[in-house]
Design a binder for this molecule. Structure first.
Ligand SMILES: Cc1ncc(COP(=O)(O)O)c(C=O)c1O
Length: 381
């Protein structure tokens, strides 16, 4: 099997599996119970929070565990939008047009509930700037939304500059950093964002666990719970905590800290290999996304004249697993909204593009075999 879809999900690290198994068997106490085995779970969750917060560089009080990035994105956006409106600050939001559905659909929900959203397309260089956000703002603007690294084309967005400008203007700033944690070497806690989101299954932990970091710039911008109930997570996120997955997530962050430089060097090496192979392949291709600001492990390629859905089936038959542009959202292949935002005048590109994403287990040989398979498919073999 050749798996080149790490942006969709990563396999779980052995050490993460061991941590989870151990907690499943030996740590079943409810963290809210006041007897010893409950307290032990509670203590371990707090230790996990402290350890992750330290590795990201944020106060542990700002970190809330969630069921994944979808919940964290929904929660942060809805809370900040409603709170700002309640404070009489306005109801207008500026967001990129290339956000993940868990952001885009939440923004659509807000639009149905009286908020206004301006969507920014990339500029003619395929980039985003703080200037574009400023220009799209108006009286009544309350918040800005920009992901750190795009999950489909691998573009890196200037979230530091955008965040600084948001702070100066007094707007909240939401960053979906799901794909950034292991693809850029930033000090993630120093991104000037009021809300920042991560997901376990993009960093070798399981699906179904993620986190929200919430650090408002003004005190009145309190976080409002999305889930109401027993008052877990400092009364902000009710529901009995998933102790094994929280501990597994902490282990994944620990490994990320240890291995990040090595992983990044590995991706840089693989990207060079991939580029060299494509250049000599004879395939008619073009790369999608920002050509200058991009990560080394997520690549979107336009294969001119080749229907992505057909290619995916052919590759699947060869035991090679990758995605088309928009694959992971609904399990089906449709025109990619992200490619539509980048290339509004090139409809063929929307459904003739493939996303290839590398992970720490990817080898040069995997990539060579993938490119060879594309060549064979094109020749009709
Ligand atoms: C950029 C981005 N944001 C959010 C998500 C959603 O994460 P989760 O599956 O944890 O809900 C994903 C996953 O595909 C993603 O790539």
């Amino acid at each position: 099997m050749i798996y080149l879809d790490y942006a969709a999900t990563t396999p779980i690290d052995d050490e993460v599996v061991e941590t989870i198994q151990d907690a499943l068997v030996h740590n079943f106490g409810n963290p809210s119970s006041i007897y010893r085995i409950g307290k032990k779970s509670k203590r371990q969750i707090q230790n996990a929070r402290t350890s992750i917060a330290e590795s990201i560089g944020v106060p542990d009080k700002s970190l809330f565990f969630t069921s994944g990035a979808t919940e964290a994105n929904n929660w942060a956006l809805r809370s900040q939008a409603y709170q700002a409106r309640k404070l009489g600050l306005g109801n207008h939001i500026v967001a990129t047009a290339i956000e993940h559905p868990s952001v885009k659909e939440e923004l659509a929900f807000l639009e149905q509930n009286g908020f206004q959203v301006s969507y920014l397309k990339p500029d003619s260089n395929g980039a985003y700037t703080a200037e574009a956000f400023r220009n799209a703002s108006q009286a009544g603007t309350i918040g800005w939304v920009a992901m750190a690294v795009n999950n489909e084309v691998g573009s890196i967005l200037p979230v530091f500059e955008i965040g600084q400008a948001a702070q100066v203007a007094g707007y909240w700033f939401h960053v979906d950093a799901v794909q950034a944690f292991q693809t850029v070497d930033w000090d993630m806690g120093s991104i000037p964002a009021t809300s920042l989101v991560a997901s376990g299954h993009k960093i070798y932990a399981p699906k179904g666990i993620g986190l929200l970091i919430y650090r408002p710039w003004r005190e009145e911008m309190i976080l409002n719970p999305l889930l109401h109930g027993g008052g877990q997570e400092a009364k902000q996120r009710s529901g009995t905590e998933n102790t094994p997955y929280i501990l597994g997530l902490a282990k994944a962050f620990e490994l990320l800290k240890q291995e990040r430089a090595e992983r990044l060097a590995h991706y840089a090496h693989l990207a060079q290999h991939f580029k060299a192979l494509l250049e000599t392949s004879g395939l008619a291709i073009a790369m999608n996304g920002d050509p200058h600001n991009r990560v080394n492990n997520i690549h979107s390629i336009w294969l001119l004249g080749q229907e992505a859905s057909r290619l995916l089936i052919q590759l699947d038959l060869r035991d090679i697993y990758i995605s088309a542009g928009s694959a992971c959202s609904a399990g089906s292949v449709s025109d990619s909204p992200i490619l539509q935002a980048y290339y509004p005048e090139e409809p063929d590109r929307w459904h003739e593009s493939l996303r290839v994403s590398f992970g720490k287990q990817t080898s040069e040989e995997d990539i060579t075999q993938f490119v060879n398979a594309l060549i064979q498919i094109q020749k009709g073999r």
